[in-house]
Ligand binder design. Sequence first.
Ligand code: C2E
Ligand code: CA
Ligand code: CA
Length: 676
Amino acid sequence: MSFILGISVVIRLLALVWALRLWHRIQDWRIGFLGAMVALMALRQTLTLAKKGFGWPPQLSAGMDEIPGLLVSILVLLAIVFLGRMIADERRRSAELLVTNRELERQIARRHQAEDRLLTLSQAIEQSPESIFVTNADGRIEYVNAAFVRDTGYQPQEVTGRNPRLLKSGRTPKATYRSLWKALLAGDSWEGELYNRRKDGSECIVRSIISPVRDAAGEISHYVAINQDVTEKKQAEERIRYLAYYDPLTGLPNRTLLMERLNHALVQPRGAANKGALLLVNIDRFKTVNEARGHLLGDALLRAIGERLGHLLHDDDTVARLASDEFAVLVRELAGSDDRAAARVKRIAERMLEALREPVDIDHEDIYVTASLGVTLFPESAQENAGAILRRADTALHQAKAGGGNRSAFFETGMSHWAEQRFQIERELRQAVTNEELRLFIQPQVDARGRLAGAEALVRWQHPQRGLVPPGVFIPVAEESDLIIDVGGWVLSEALKLMARGDMAGHPFHLAVNLSPRQFRVSGFIPWLQDLLESTGADPSHLTLEVTEGLVIQNINEVIARMNEIAALGVHFSIDDFGTGYSSLSYLKRLPVHELKIDRSFIQDAPVDEGDAALVETILAVAEHMHLRVVAEGVETEAQAAFLNARADVIHQGYLYGKPEPAEAWFERWFGKAAG
Ligand code: C2E
Ligand code: CA
Ligand code: CA
């Protein structure tokens, strides 16, 4: 066997093996089959060639014509190897392609996702309830969302390309803009409140967050502003603050704010001024005005009084309204020594009283009021507090009220016992009726010729320690509780007993008894009075009940019904203190009234004061028009008596004719002689 032929056979066998390996490797039987077939065919050809040359069994010999067979063997082997390589490459490439395809798909999916997100984001921004706008780095608006349009009234095309300063109202504090620009220039976000203006000119308050937006290179490319309109919230907050610290009726600070300012004044270092002052102002008989003339007029009056007090003061003083008819004035600084400070605040108090006495014009009608003032200086000690100051002023105010009103009282040490005394009076007065400490005093009333026409019953309290206590001290205390029912009841029954005495019963004479509103209103009063009249045997037509205008106003129809019921018994009614209570003729006409009593304060100055004279004349005219008897109270001088007599036929009551005196003594004086 030739050597070359041997190699050729070996190579072809190798090719066969290679083909089988390829078959195995690429796991594709078709390629393997093809390779194996080619290899087998080549092998067979070699074997044929060998048989042809050497006979069978083959005798291998070297020859030049065996060279092409070797070449074919090599080529077959190479073909199979290349085929394998080619298939492998192809396999790899298609695998790679698969990978790239998958990557591509993933990328596309990612982009879709990103696009979706972007869409959601832009929808979110567009539909955000918060107003959003975006400017470029130069501050020109590039985008506004729907809420911006809603909140500002500007359409996108009206603001695009413009600077957001078109939203400025001018009310934002300069410091706010400074902090805004400082943050933005430093590349930071800024958050704060801006006072803006809408397109229609109305102002709004926005809570704003402005942030820079950076591009891929880190440069600021845009600014985005997110604005929340907090106008309503702010207004509500301001309203709550207002309600917490101010009185809605007058717009003045309320008690809370006054106390805060008072505390503040206490901790402030004092310079030349070492004292401050607190003045409490209470309108005298305000309740009567309010009830007589209605709350609208009462409210207008309070507003006017608040304003008037404000005009009298410096800017850094405070006028506050503490309760319905109670005001407070805080004067923070009174320079000079304590005495000088006291003198100054006294002058302020005088000025205030004077200003309040001036008529208040309400709906072209002059309304007259007076006030009581309680005054205290502060600080009294180093540990002073606002509550203590207010209590001192309040005590002084009570003192001014007890003095009859229309005056000021300075707090004095010792006064603080007064409130306690009041409490004690109430406690002791409860015993006074059962302990028989009350005394009936009588003051005569005379006609123009000096003849006795009637009398007024006035109560006194014979206190075991205090002595004879005047009604001005204990009646107001009694009137604040049901005590007045006992006290008034006692007076009425004593007065009726007196009237029923035989020697007095025959005279054409009216005994006047004061009747408090509480007494009048208490259920069972009418049958009680009826029983009393019957049991004492007193003539009802000789009894006059004095009521004040205040009574007549609350539940007017009910009051009229009760008065009519009492009048039906034959009892007369008199309106006490007439002229001080803002009576209106329209209601007076509806009441079963027989008499008007002109208040002492008008009689006093009537001969010298034109205003009082005119008022008395008006009352006389009203009385004449309505056919009412008139009693002038507090006649002390001949001049007063002459003034009255020159104008009308009135009944006089006053010290000129007799002071109130104990009923027995009085009876002796006027009837004892007659009887005896
Ligand atoms: P009022 O009803 O206005 O009584 C008139 C007051 O004027 C009395 O004071 C009387 O003493 C005083 N007065 C009379 N004439 C003169 C005068 O010429 N000059 C001066 N300066 N005063 C004069 P009073 O007795 O102190 O009574 C004060 C008030 O106490 C009464 O004012 C009345 O509101 C009340 N009051 C007295 N007694 C009773 C009572 O029994 N029941 C009720 N509910 N109140 C009473
Ligand atoms: Ca009276
Ligand atoms: Ca009176």
